[in-house]
Design a protein around this ligand. Sequence first.
Ligand SMILES: NC(=O)c1ccc[n+]([C@@H]2O[C@H](COP(=O)([O-])OP(=O)(O)OC[C@H]3O[C@@H](n4cnc5c(N)ncnc54)[C@H](OP(=O)(O)O)[C@@H]3O)[C@@H](O)[C@H]2O)c1
Length: 294
Amino acid sequence: MERRQHLPAQGSNGERPLAVVTGASSGFGMLTTLELARQGYLVVATMRDTANNRMLMQQAGDAELTGFIECMPLDVTDHGAIADTVNRIIDMYGQIDILVNNAGMAIGGCIEEIAMEDWEKQMDVNFFGMVAMTQAVLPFMRERRQGKVIQISSISGRLGLPGYGPYAASKFAVEGFSEALRLEMLPYGIHVVLVEPGAYKTSIWNKGFEYMEARVPAESPYSGFFNAILRYSKNTAEHADNPQEVARAVARIALSRYPRLRYTLGKGARAAIIGKSLLPWKWFERILLRELEK
Ligand SMILES: NC(=O)c1ccc[n+]([C@@H]2O[C@H](COP(=O)([O-])OP(=O)(O)OC[C@H]3O[C@@H](n4cnc5c(N)ncnc54)[C@H](OP(=O)(O)O)[C@@H]3O)[C@@H](O)[C@H]2O)c1
């Protein structure tokens, strides 16, 4: 991480620069909101239902950051509401310096058995929501020739794991979109950044397990494989890292003058990417499948 290049957060008028975070009611979104406010940003914390802001605002109160966080309702699958919300933010604050596309969910299961409507839901939240949000914010960043779009992708955007086909597909889409956008926007002084966390302890895991368990057919031919994946995932979730690490990394990226395209976070994620790039695929897949069978 480019520690030397960190700038004090300061807007054009000496006021706090403005950051927008999606999915800020829990997990990385909530912690990133707090960390950005701590680092000198005014943060618009968007969430599907602002009644779910209790935990965020309680922690903001404890850290004396309440005055630097504004909660707004936003479901990223509602594209009309995205345009209205971004316009409202611009009317209120005049600019958006940082967009953190964080809202997400994980749909798993065996590919043959996942209903089309679940594939669509996964893409709507993790990919199309992020596209719509980015499109709405870009004109304002482009006009000022500055800004950062920080995408919360995943190790699943670099490596498709069995049992998580829809999630991996959505995050691979985020990766391709962001690589292209990075190159389109660099001439305008806008940096697009991919954050690729491994496993961190947030509520996404349990929500995903509930979703998977509710949908697996009683007589599934994949039940043995599915249960092995579920067991492996539950064990991974239990030993996952502290999500504060991701929030701090996002704030460092926001403050960095010239951030890289990719930040892979967590020991397991970095090891997986090195393994995938160095080992022949045939060896790599054997190791992965053996791990799952343990
Ligand atoms: N935790 C990990 O191990 C991990 C690893 C790699 C990447 N990620 C990524 O990190 C991001 C945040 O996830 P998290 O781990 O912090 O889990 P989380 O605590 O479940 O947070 C997900 C957030 O997204 C919101 N959200 C879901 N659907 C939405 C929609 N349609 N519109 C707006 N917001 C919506 C959720 O809001 P509600 O409360 O309304 O559902 C929640 O605030 C996701 O993009 C995820 O893919 C997580």
